[in-house]
Design a protein around this ligand. Structure first.
Ligand code: NAP
Length: 255
């Protein structure tokens, strides 16, 4: 659905959320493959540490909830490279929340990060991509966006919105020569999941998740989801009638 990528040499990739977890692993692997990688996140020291290990890397700190900082980081990347071939918006957070512990302030903070933050990044990236009439944008959503889940009262809706957003982006951008990737990981072992107190089925490493992401992009897939043994069952579950879906989720999660 998107063009295949056979060679990463010299490709200019902007990874937003590159200081830890899936984004950091992605940045490292892309550098090993020969790409030029701009690393963005809030933790400037972590980005500098990663970037100092490669002449192909540059640190462009930003806070995705701060629109002006996203524009500044974009300007720094474009000034260094003259354009961007791929933007990966990986940054995001997770808050366990259920209806009986609803916290509006925490909900709004997560929406600012996971949803408005992505729009801030898009506002920075789209003029560059559209101006080039080439390149691509990938957004990391989650299988938690496929259907309602316990403990994901706010996280789930933000990720469902990102799934919808990538669909609209694909319709708008593919005819303009721009690739769009919807990336839906299952459970990945990162600081984000470290606080989970429940069994995470098919938990995978950040390195394996990044490798799956990159392989999917190379194949030109629109929807990239992994690990398949878990994500395929979530994709099937979303097709069930609600009576069955709710029964299944109660049974599997015990919640
Ligand atoms: N781990 C999983 O099981 C899993 C499953 C499905 C989807 N995902 C999604 O995958 C993405 C990456 O998660 P991860 O598991 O790799 O978590 P992680 O290790 O906590 O990484 C999150 C990244 O986002 C950055 N970030 C957080 N807030 C930011 C902000 N305001 N501005 C800029 N960057 C910010 C962090 O950097 P700084 O703190 O330095 O800013 C970090 O680089 C998230 O969107 C998450 O929802 C994860």
């Amino acid at each position: 659905m998107n063009p295949r990528i056979q060679d990463w040499s010299g490709r200019r990739v902007w990874v937003i959320g590159a200081s830890s977890g899936i984004g950091a692993a992605c940045a490292r692997q892309l550098l090993r493959l020969g790409a030029r990688v701009a690393l963005s996140a809030r933790d400037a020291a972590a980005l500098e540490r990663e970037a100092s290990a490669s002449t192909h890397a540059l640190a462009a700190p930003l806070d995705v909830t701060d629109h002006a900082s996203a524009l500044r980081a974009r300007d720094a990347v474009v000034a260094a490279w003259g354009g961007i071939d791929l933007v990966l918006v990986v940054a995001g957070g997770y808050n366990e929340m259920r209806a009986d512990s609803f916290d509006l302030a925490a909900a709004n903070r997560l929406i600012d990060l996971n949803l408005r933050g992505v729009f801030n990044c898009l506002d920075a990236a789209l003029p560059v991509l559209l101006g080039q009439g080439a390149g691509g944008v990938g957004i990391v959503a989650s299988v938690a966006g496929y259907g309602g889940l316990p403990k994901a009262l706010v996280y789930g809706p933000t990720k469902a919105a990102l799934i919808n957003l990538t669909e609209s982006l694909f319709l708008d951008l593919r005819p303009r020569g721009i690739a769009v990737y919807q990336i839906n990981p299952g459970f990945v072992d990162t600081p984000l999941t470290a606080k989970n107190d429940f069994h995470m089925p098919a938990l995978m490493s950040a390195e394996d998740a990044a490798a799956e992401m990159i392989a999917g992009i190379e194949r030109g897939q629109f929807q990239i989801h992994f690990p398949k043994r878990f994500t395929n069952s979530m994709r099937l579950a979303r097709l069930l009638p609600y009576r069955l879906y709710f029964w299944l989720i109660h049974k599997v999660t015990g919640l």
